[in-house]
Design a protein around this ligand. Structure first.
Ligand code: ADP
Length: 252
């Protein structure tokens, strides 16, 4: 029996009179790598805010780990990585180690000195994202792609069930985007961390996601990644409401 991590039932939401989500039903089971795609303004960020409990739907129900969201307490099991726009500027005075250790403070409260076990957890998370050699470098001196890996490590340090990523590859160059997706794929397949990835980069992402949902007020597509890749450009244009050009990145 698949284990439900997130379930949305009949979600409706409007900002004042502007309807953004209509009757959205979505279930994400443990181990899934779900790509959330759709046109700008389609409601992707709004739905993430709803499932993080930041805004309440006008109607409908949200369950996390099978618990109604208002009863759910274990928020450190839900990792969130936002767009690169929130990254640190050059010269920001914190090392990779310090930034990743912030991921533990939600669980442990602010700690001036981490005990040995906590230090090992931080170093392990840094190692998981392949950044060990940068552990004591200043975060501001790293490239955008490297900084995003550090943010993944910060989320990993509390051993999340799911990572929710809102357009994490914006501003990262193509080669590093591929490597970034490979990291997410590895965490998904080797550690069974469920992934929910919002992206515009449908070409590369379909190589890694197991499932795709396309949101434009309602869910216009919900299925396996292979089925999404098989949609014609006409189907996609209908879903997106404007012409869509699909760019396919093949893997050798
Ligand atoms: P996406 O992430 O798919 O681009 P959003 O969820 O950000 O879509 O936005 C959906 C719609 O809601 C858009 O038309 C946007 O302009 C509108 N919207 C988003 N945030 C607000 C807000 N705080 N107040 C009013 N309208 C908003």
């Amino acid at each position: 029996m698949p284990e439900s991590i997130i379930r949305l039932e009949n979600i409706n939401f409007a900002y004042d009179s502007k309807v953004v989500l209509k009757n959205v039903n979505l279930e994400i089971n443990r181990g899934t790598f779900m790509g959330l795609v759709g046109p700008n303004g389609g409601g992707k960020t709004t739905i993430i805010k709803i499932l993080l409990g930041l805004i309440e739907p006008d109607s409908g129900k949200v369950f996390i780990n099978n618990q109604p969201i208002n009863k759910f307490k274990d928020w450190n099991k839900i990792g969130f990585v936002s767009q690169k726009a929130n990254t640190f500027n050059k010269g920001f005075p914190a090392t990779v180690f310090e930034v990743v250790s912030m991921g533990l403070t939600a669980k442990l409260g602010y700690l001036k000195f981490l005990n040995k076990k906590a230090k090992q957890q931080v170093l392990h998370a840094i190692n998981q994202v392949g950044m060990s050699e940068y552990a004591y470098r200043n975060i501001g001196d790293l490239s955008g792609g490297q900084q995003q890996r550090v943010f993944i490590a910060r989320a990993l340090v509390s051993e999340p069930d799911i990572l929710i990523l809102d357009e994490p590859t914006v501003g990262i160059d193509f080669k590093n985007v591929e490597r970034f997706y490979e990291l997410l794929h590895k965490l998904n397949t080797e550690q069974n961390i469920t992934m929910l990835l919002i992206t515009h980069d449908t070409g590369a992402m379909t190589n890694y996601a197991t499932n795709i949902v396309c949101l434009n007020q309602t869910l216009h597509f919900h299925g396996r990644s292979e089925e999404y890749s098989a949609l014609s450009t006409e189907d996609l244009s209908r879903i997106y409401g404007h012409p869509v050009q699909v760019i396919v990145h093949d893997h050798d």
